[in-house]
Write a protein that binds this ligand. Structure first.
Ligand code: UT7
Length: 321
């Protein structure tokens, strides 16, 4: 039994923040941001608009595309590092809004790899025959944790949500998922404030993203190179068998390095980082939905999804669409 994707959806907040606007806030330039990251603009959630709000809209679109009754979903998993509140989980809070009944619902925090982790868990439940249908979401409001005076981070991130409905299918679907983590690197990319450590009286409790971008970059390129090899070897497939690469969207240069490693042309790579920036757990499912709705990815195509993020965490999924 495979977990087959039967519907996808994504949602972006309305407000666009351009590089030109960021030039007014910090010492940066549109040229630097485009050359070093590939980002032209990103979306920012409106005041009061939460991760759960974005996730709900993306999920509704995925459920519509799948054409299934929301009450038939057996499991809801949301990958996020920016939950609405500490608890209840954001998954629990949107479960009822979506009309999902009393299925299991929880959040997964694996930073930018959150959607791949969530997809991996849902796939195991479906392959084991425990459930028939799952709703998997990646959603973030990372701009809420940005230090708008730190040019090393504030130009990189954006808000958004993506979702996929998975269903048990005998013929095709997720062929394998691979997840990894290495806490040795926890200092390179982090928010070092939480409920049980470091919470302060500063605005937003002192919560902000810190990243040693250059060091993260090098590990990301090497690690993503290894995970794509691991995934192909596990399935006894060659890189030339792949039709599509649907990568995490942190930096166009990282994406191009992975594509080169796979000997894929950029025509076979779904790129959204130019318009979305880095949306962490939301980036892969948003790129997937764009690929599906634009008609580029077709039934029967073989696609490789991958992600890398804080922790470090990383993962991949090979999917016969
Ligand atoms: O999604 C989770 C995983 N995250 C990632 O994979 C992100 C990985 N890292 C990156 O994408 C890149 O390292 C960045 C885009 C963050 C930075 O690009 P870089 O080419 O690695 O630049 P750098 O950090 O080596 O900095 C080069 C220069 C520095 O100036 P000096 O020391 O050469 O004078 C920085 O101070 O660029 C400067 N700089 C900026 N200049 C203009 C850093 N940020 C900016 C900026 N505008 N926004």
């Amino acid at each position: 039994m495979h977990a087959r994707i039967i519907g996808t959806g994504h949602y972006l907040p309305e407000k666009v923040l351009t590089n030109a606007e960021l030039e007014q806030r910090v010492e940066t330039s549109d040229q630097w941001i485009r050359d070093r990251t590939g980002i032209r603009e990103r979306r920012v959630a409106a005041d009061g608009q939460t991760t759960g709000d974005l996730a709900e809209q993306a999920a509704r679109r995925a459920l519509d595309a799948a054409g299934v009754d929301p009450a038939s979903i057996d499991l809801l998993i949301l990958g996020t590092t920016t939950p609405d509140v500490v608890f209840p989980s954001t998954a629990c809070m949107i479960q009822k809004r979506l009309g999902l009944g009393d299925c299991g619902a929880f959040d997964v925090n694996a930073a930018c790899s959150g959607f791949i982790y969530a997809l991996s868990i849902a796939t195991q439940y479906i392959e084991a025959g425990t459930i028939k249908r799952a709703l998997v979401i990646g959603a973030e409001t990372l701009t809420r944790m940005l230090d708008w005076n730190d040019r090393a981070t504030c130009v990189l991130f954006g808000d958004g949500a993506g979702a996929a409905v998975l269903e048990a299918d005998e013929s095709a679907g997720v062929l394998s998922t691979h997840i990894h983590a290495n806490g040795d690197y926890s200092d390179l990319l982090k928010v070092d404030v939480g409920v049980s450590r470091g919470f302060t009286e500063e605005p937003r409790g002192g919560v902000k993203i810190h990243m040693k971008g250059n060091e993260v970059f090098k590990v990301a390129v090497n690690t993503l190179g290894r995970i794509v090899d691991e995934t192909l070897a596990h399935n006894q497939l060659d890189k030339h068998d792949l039709d599509w690469l649907i990568p995490h969207q942190a930096n166009l240069r990282i994406i191009k390095a992975t594509a080169r490693k796979l000997d894929m042309s950029m025509d076979q790579v779904i790129v959204t980082v130019d318009r979305h920036g880095n949306t962490s757990a939301a980036s892969v499912p948003m790129a997937l939905d764009e690929a599906v709705r634009s008609g580029r990815v077709k039934r029967g195509d073989l696609m490789l999804l991958e992600a890398f993020g804080g922790g470090f965490t990383w993962g991949a999924a090979l999917i016969r669409y």
